[in-house]
Design a protein. Structure first.
Length: 325
């Protein structure tokens, strides 16, 4: 089969190589999956650089989120068991962790429903307790993680403020359903949030960016507000001033979605059932900005790493080289 492999660490476009390799052999409790679609996540780029908390042995195939097909023809969602990741024609995954792909979504959309939307659901509902009528602020609202949080926030009955960078991303955030969109490149984020909320601030802030975005969050979080720390796409991990959290009476909540797989896997199944219902109703639908063939995976991972994409980019091994949809 063909698979992208990383033999040394560095930028994805430089270290990912498309090669002919043997199909992986499933271990105990694992299944072989034909990859129908692999969604690109920022951790794929971090793994190529050696900056992610999971460091598979070299060589490895990136791709942490797929819609695959079992040998008996079932369409499922899975997190491939590294080093045999999803940017390949076949991958392996733990049989016990497979989730049925929603019929309402195509392969690319289904692949994108897993990590980003589960993270959003756990962050907004399990950790922050978002309620209808509250105001939700989402940083990087046009990105893969942020776009999921926007849709989930709207589905929960929240007023959603999206922060993005650039006019093209402003348009995407509006299409996603944001009630207010702030372009951080041309607007003062703090002033704009305060104006939009009448000076009250946001009840829940969803932050996959870190750095300056987290600092802005502390300035605009409402009384008894909750800041959900999801990641650090900016590359800067902030050091919060806890005296500030005390004086303003807000909470800082961490979210590591992967821990639920070992600590409370039943919640992942429950979450998937909730997401499937929302997808069936049309309340959520992953934004797929690009569908690329397997040969285009390395360049696509680099675009995600560089922060120039919107929504999700999906790799479809069945697409012919050079094709895009």
């Amino acid at each position: 089969m063909q698979a992208w492999q990383v033999h040394q660490l560095g930028e994805p476009s430089e270290v990912m190589r498309l090669q002919d390799v043997e199909r992986p052999v499933p271990g105990d409790g694992q299944v072989l999956l034909k990859v129908r679609a692999a969604n690109i996540n920022f951790p794929d780029a971090l793994m190529c650089r050696g900056h992610y908390q999971v460091r598979p042995p070299l060589p490895f195939t990136p791709g942490v989120e797929i819609c695959g097909e079992t040998e008996d023809g079932r369409r499922v969602l899975a997190n491939p068991a590294l080093p045999y990741g999803g940017f390949a024609e076949y991958a392996v995954a733990d049989a016990a962790a497979l989730l049925p792909a929603p019929d309402a979504l195509d392969d690319a959309e289904a692949a994108a429903l897993h990590i980003g939307y589960q993270t959003g659901w756990f962050g907004l509902h399990r950790r922050a307790g978002l309620e209808a009528g509250e105001t939700l602020l989402v940083h990087a609202a046009a990105g893969g993680v942020g776009s999921a949080a926007v849709q989930l926030g709207k589905a929960a009955g929240a007023t959603v403020i999206g922060v993005v960078g650039g006019a093209d991303k402003v348009a995407v955030a509006r299409e996603l359903g944001c009630d207010v969109v702030i372009d951080r490149r041309g607007q003062d984020v703090i002033a704009a949030v305060k104006e939009a909320t009448g000076g009250r601030g946001a009840d829940v802030i969803y932050d996959p960016v870190g750095g300056d975005a987290f600092t802005q969050s502390t300035k605009v979080v409402a009384f008894e507000g909750r800041i959900v720390v999801v990641g650090f796409a900016s590359g800067t991990i902030p050091s919060p001033a806890l005296n500030h959290a005390l004086v303003k009476n807000y909470s800082i909540l961490g979210l590591h979605w992967g821990l639920y797989g070992t600590k409370n896997p039943k919640l992942i199944q429950h979450c998937h059932e909730q997401l499937t219902e929302l997808a069936t109703r049309g309340s959520i639908k992953p934004l797929i900005s690009e569908r690329v063939p397997l040969a285009g995976a390395a360049a696509a991972v680099q675009r995600v790493a560089d922060g120039v994409t919107t929504g999700r980019v999906a790799v479809l091994p069945s697409l012919e080289n050079g094709a895009s949809a």
